[in-house]
Ligand binder design. Structure first.
Ligand SMILES: *Cc1c(COP(=O)(O)O)cnc(C)c1O
Length: 225
């Protein structure tokens, strides 16, 4: 077994255990490998093991990989600036860090111009982190939904969150309540993308539908360029 296959086996058993502990089926939790600052060769090895969608943080890096590996799908999980919106729409299947109406307006114009359909996730930050990580609060979510105005080119898949590292469990539970609330308001199913290598267990316990796993899947990342 390669080191990658070994890590994935370990990770799968962690996920299975977390699911069993909260009475969930492991098929209910999507594992999204995060391939930022991982070499293409390792991504291709993961593809041979059955993974075809990968999370990437940087528009430039992710677009480059998408061009080099046209059979694979990449989703953007890192911050998106308006001036990179065109490149992001072209290179990524889904955009998971949409958090403000100005960005939505630009994406809507470009999606029409480019004639593309792209899944949208609303990045949520209920903890007032005010960090570079981005994300909007409850009022911001309403504003994003309003700006999207049900545009069929940009269907909302759900909410993505990065919780404060010191108290993830409570944050994940708050996200679960927020999801319930918005599902009722919108009358549609909304998924939760939350949980990373260090905190996938509390995320799964709180009902996460998708965990985004970098180091526990691929191993240590390369140093930033
Ligand atoms: C890097 C990153 C991940 C994966 O982090 P790990 O701790 O390596 O699992 C998940 N989500 C986002 C938004 C990231 O930036």
């Amino acid at each position: 077994m390669t080191r990658l296959a070994e890590r994935i086996t370990k990770l799968r058993s962690r996920i299975q255990k977390a699911c069993a502990n909260s009475g969930r089926e492991s098929e209910q939790v999507e594992l999204l490998p995060v391939s930022k600052r991982q070499p293409l060769i390792l991504i291709q090895e993961a593809a041979e093991l059955g993974f075809h969608r990968f999370g990437e943080n940087y528009v430039q890096e992710g677009t480059g990989k998408a061009l080099a590996a046209p059979g694979l799908a990449f989703v953007l999980i890192g911050p998106l600036q308006r001036n990179k919106a065109r490149q992001a729409l072209t290179g990524f299947r889904e955009l998971m860090t949409v958090d403000r109406p100005e960005l939505v307006e630009r994406l809507r114009r470009l999606a029409e111009e480019l004639d593309l359909v792209r899944g949208i996730w609303i990045q949520t930050d209920l903890w007032d982190e005010q960090t570079k990580l981005g994300g909007c609060d409850s009022a911001g979510i309403a504003a994003v939904f309003q700006a999207l105005d049900g545009d069929p080119r940009l269907p909302v898949q759900g909410f993505m969150a990065i919780p404060p590292p010191l108290s993830p469990a409570g944050a994940f539970q708050a996200m679960a309540r927020l999801r319930e609330d918005w599902q009722q308001r919108r009358g549609q199913r909304l998924r939760l993308s939350m949980g990373m290598s260090a905190d996938l267990e509390p995320a799964i316990a709180a009902g996460s539908d998708q965990i985004r796993i970098g180091t526990a899947f691929f191993g240590d990342r390369q140093a930033p360029a």
